[in-house]
Design a protein around this ligand. Structure first.
Ligand code: SF4
Length: 257
């Protein structure tokens, strides 16, 4: 297994297959993953139980972003996007709303044409300040890997006992369509249990959920790097296009990464 962690608060820019030249923002600890999910495909690896570490303070984040933007400006490098991702779920940072506002301010000052994206697993949408902050960014990209609870439990291993797809869909509806839904497709097995979210039943249930949520875009992708569970298969491009076509026929704009 060669999953990895980001060891900076602001890193890159890196070439992202989904977003372009991306300046990464990691609001989580540098030495372990901190997330409300523990996805079987997570590029950061599995959560290490009992480990604790320090998340960056707002001041550390501000200093790190300022320094990086000054560097990029002096080197003539222009990012397409500032992306909140990193070693876990960015919206669990207690100062996420303030951090978003500072990032918008600095984006406008240094690279006004760059977009701000947040890759989130949708588990903190019960917090109104998080929802309001996500509404202020250009691309709030929110995870829904399946519309079937058993599949989400296998794929994403939510640590919130109250987690349910039904509740997640209700929370995603509050964006009034101003969101991008991201869905990972894969096949394989987890501890001997088969998993496949590409079946007609899965895709049909996802389309029904999308009809309720009404996102401006659906971003579908498959495995690209090493995963902590070794018995997973990447879905090849042709099959991904077939899934995309089904979702498009239901009236959605779909991108395949
Ligand atoms: S939501 Fe993202 S960071 Fe969290 S476990 Fe899943 S893939 Fe990893």
């Amino acid at each position: 297994m060669s999953t990895f962690l980001f060891d900076d608060i602001v890193f890159g820019p890196i070439k992202s297959r989904r977003l372009g030249v991306s300046l990464g923002i990691n609001l989580l600890p540098k030495d372990y993953k901190l997330c409300t999910f523990d996805c079987i495909y997570c590029e950061c690896g599995f959560s290490e139980k009992g480990k604790s570490g320090k998340i960056p303070t707002v001041t550390e984040y501000k200093d790190s972003l300022q320094k990086k933007l000054e560097e990029l400006k002096s080197e003539g490098i222009t990012p397409d996007v500032f992306t909140f991702a990193g070693n876990g779920e960015p919206t669990i940072h207690p100062d996420f709303p303030e951090i978003v506002d500072f990032t918008i301010l600095k984006r406008d000052e240094f690279f006004p044409n760059a977009k701000i994206s947040v890759l989130s697993n949708s588990t903190m949408l019960h917090k109104q300040p998080v929802v309001d902050a996500l509404k202020r960014v250009d691309n709030n990209i929110l995870k829904l890997d399946s519309a079937i609870d058993e599949t989400v439990k296998l794929m994403d291993a939510p640590n919130q006992k109250s987690f349910s797809v039904k509740n997640t869909i209700e929370l995603l509806k509050q964006f009034g369509g101003n969101l991008i839904v991201q869905t990972m497709f894969l096949k394989g097995s987890v501890n001997g249990t088969e998993i496949d979210n590409t079946t007609d039943t899965e895709v049909g249930a996802l389309i029904d959920a999308l009809k309720a949520i009404n996102p401006k875009q659906v971003m579908i992708y498959s495995i690209d790097r090493d995963t902590p569970v070794q018995t997973l298969q990447k879905i090849e491009k042709e099959e991904m296009e077939g899934i995309a076509e089904k979702i498009r026929k239901a009236g959605f704009y779909v991108s395949v990464a």
